[in-house]
Design a protein around this ligand. Structure first.
Ligand code: PLP
Length: 439
């Protein structure tokens, strides 16, 4: 033991040795309620027999095939199922191994699309502050999370970052949510006009912002206006649903609730539910056909593209979500979780905002409720709460960093879709204990 590169070199963490529904079990036998599904991954919990059986059955047939066999039966069936339920004109699926690979592929696909069309000046991405699109260098360049980017500049892509849609901090008192949604979206048009629309290939955003801000949903009408602006200037809309997609917010694709569809969608995390590493990029037939009519192939690829075992797991996961009615359950249990959080923390002096959709919930912690002043980052409030919760037997996903990526503390909750009422109570009780131990 001791040769694995740890997440943090000064921490010794327990080793997970077992899983039982919504619980993880460490090497000492201690049980942890998985209140965040890892990083919003384990949507089916940790012992789903159907998914395990599907993986075993695929291993018995063929675990992996690559050169000469770039697709497989489970990949084809999973792609069909995803497209059957995908919004808008999404028509083709490109399987990868995780979220960063999906967003990287999306950026390259957007670039190649415009090159094939002869619009070679379109190389810029517009994204948002308070965003995370993955840790590989292209995805990191697109993201607007300063603390993750700080050590790696100069980054690669030509990217501008506009303000996020973040009602709690950016809506003016005299504005309705709808007016704010429109104003926040218009920032995209202003930026397009500033940099020159012909230089921009895509706008990239998470429909509901996850890790960088704690489950921030868009204001009403925000994405409708974003879609209009993208269409007006011929800019592709890339939606990063790596964290908020796959049922997590109460619809298979999060953007369905905003009444829009992207040109390119990225999914991962919940697609494999942690049983296998898998992600995917979906695009419209317009993009696919342009490339097909041009050079004929997407100039991209990874060794594990369309991996049979990973896609077999993804297929079993999506079938489980659809066949067991888990997505309506997300709405039901998500509403209950929100009510319980509001009952417990709604008047808490250090809870500024409770937000989210479905089983994707965020709590923003503040020094002062009235002024919304954040805690001094040197106090490390979010990290301490995570540690106290872990000690109490609860896994949650606290992060520091809001608009500027440096200040602000929030907790992200994303429990498995199978969570029961008494486990929701346990989650809230343990979180209360952890928060009370720190602030
Ligand atoms: N995009 C979003 C919105 C994410 O939350 C994440 C991971 O947290 C990623 C991309 C990167 O995914 P992965 O860690 O699987 O590479």
């Amino acid at each position: 033991m001791g040769h694995v590169f740890p997440r943090h070199t000064r921490q010794t963490l327990p080793v997970a040795v077992g899983g039982d529904g919504c619980y993880l079990i460490d090497h000492t036998g201690k049980r942890y309620l998985d209140g965040s599904g890892g990083a919003a991954v384990s949507c089916l919990g940790h012992s789903d027999a159907d998914v395990v059986d599907a993986i075993k059955a695929q291993l018995d047939k063929i675990a992996f095939a690559h050169t000469g066999f770039m697709t497989s039966e489970p990949a084809e069936t999973l792609a069909d199922l995803l497209i059957e339920h995908a919004p808008g004109d999404l028509d083709r699926v490109y399987f990868v191994s995780g979220g960063s690979e999906a967003t990287e592929a999306a950026i390259k696909l957007a670039r190649q699309y415009f090159v094939e069309k002869g619009e070679i000046g379109r190389g810029r991405i517009i994204a948002r502050k308070q965003s995370y699109h993955g840790n590989t260098i292209g995805a990191l360049s697109a993201g607007g999370n300063e603390w993750r980017r700080a050590q790696f500049g100069p980054l690669l892509l030509d990217v501008s970052h506009i303000d996020p849609c973040y009602e709690y901090r950016l809506r003016r008192d005299d504005e309705s949510p709808e007016d704010y949604g429109r104003r926040a979206a218009n920032a995209l048009e202003e930026e397009l006009l500033r940099v020159g629309p012909d230089t921009v290939m895509a706008f990239m955003a998470e429909p509901v912002v996850g890790a960088t801000a704690g489950a921030v949903p868009p204001a009403p009408g925000y994405f409708k206006r974003i879609r209009e602006i993208c269409d007006k200037y011929g800019v592709l809309l890339i939606l990063d649903e790596v964290m908020c997609g796959m049922g997590r917010t109460g619809s298979l694709f999060a953007c369905e609730q905003d009444g829009i569809a992207p040109d390119i969608a990225c999914i991962a995390k919940g697609l494999g539910a942690g049983y296998q590493p898998i992600g995917a990029m979906l695009c419209t037939s317009e993009i696919y056909d342009t490339i097909a009519a041009g050079s004929g192939f997407f100039q991209h690829g990874h060794t594990y593209i369309g991996h049979p075992t990973a896609t077999a797991a993804g297929l079993a996961v999506v079938r489980a979500m659809l066949d067991r009615g888990l997505i309506p359950r997300v709405v039901e249990q998500g509403d209950k979780l929100h009510r319980k959080l509001t009952d417990r923390f709604g008047q808490h002096p250090h809870v500024g905002d409770l937000r989210g959709r479905g089983l994707f919930r965020g709590i923003e912690l503040v020094e002062d409720r009235a002024s919304k002043a954040p805690f001094d980052p040197s106090r490390g409030v979010a990290g301490k709460i995570k540690k106290a919760a872990f000690e109490a037997g609860l896994i949650c996903y606290p992060m520091s960093g809001t608009i500027d990526g440096r200040t602000g503390d929030h907790i992200l909750l994303a429990p498995p879709f199978i969570i029961e009422d008494d486990q929701l109570d346990e989650l809230v009780d343990k979180l209360d204990t952890a928060i009370a131990a720190v602030i």
